[in-house]
Design a protein around this ligand. Structure first.
Ligand SMILES: CC(C)(COP(=O)(O)OP(=O)(O)OC[C@H]1O[C@@H](n2cnc3c(N)ncnc32)[C@H](O)[C@@H]1OP(=O)(O)O)[C@@H](O)C(=O)NCCC(=O)NCCS
Length: 175
């Protein structure tokens, strides 16, 4: 795991720490509870994809204050063919804890980490369905702008929506 993710900063009142392989079952429970995957689809997350790597892929988690597993998880990794572009691959907050600022705290943590690492752009891919209305509002509220849609990408009637944010203070030159 890279330097920034191994720290344990107190982001707001939510302490973020580096993911370890011992968290894999709790991450699966969390993303299933958050409605991102069916349980039978989520097993790949326990196969090492979230582990430390040398490419800069970073997974962080926050423990729930009530001791019941994880409150949140965030995973971001480099876009291989991009100049210092990163992809926000996964973010989830335990359903009964949503709306309490945990998601925003994780996003700020990732952005600060990437800025410190000299990265340029963070890209988010999500869904255009009504189920994800609040998720899209979440990204907009954090300064992410919608830049493209691919109709029927995830499945028929479920568009890919791409948001991004410059991390280097630059703009997209009017686009
Ligand atoms: C999207 C998600 C990560 C946001 O984290 P969060 O901790 O709930 O969000 P925060 O409390 O930091 O931010 C609140 C804002 O997020 C948005 N939001 C998104 N989902 C929300 C939810 N379930 N409850 C409350 N607010 C939500 C709202 O715009 C809200 O702003 P408001 O308070 O002005 O209405 C989280 O709700 C979640 O895990 N959702 C299900 C999984 C998901 O959609 N993941 C992203 C896939 S691309």
């Amino acid at each position: 795991m890279n330097r920034a993710a191994s720290a344990t900063p107190d982001v707001g009142r939510h302490t973020v720490r580096a993911y370890t392989p011992a968290d894999s079952a709790a991450v699966v429970d969390l993303v299933v509870a958050a409605g991102m995957f069916a349980r039978e689809e989520a097993g790949f997350l326990a196969d090492g994809v979230l582990d430390a790597d040398d490419d800069g892929g970073t997974c962080v988690v926050a423990d729930a204050e009530d001791g019941r597993g994880l409150a949140s998880v965030l995973f971001y990794r480099p876009e291989e063919s991009s100049d210092r572009g990163f992809d926000l691959t996964m973010i989830a907050v335990r359903p009964d804890l949503q709306g309490g600022g945990r998601g925003a705290a994780l996003m700020r943590h990732a952005e600060d980490d990437l800025r410190q690492r000299g990265q340029r752009l963070l890209v988010v891919r999500t869904s255009g369905t009504p189920q994800y209305d609040r998720t899209r509002a979440f990204y907009r509220g954090l300064g992410y702008a919608e830049h493209s849609r691919v109709p029927d990408y995830w499945t028929d009637g479920d568009d890919l929506v791409v948001f991004s944010k410059r991390l280097d203070g630059e703009t997209h030159d009017g686009r």
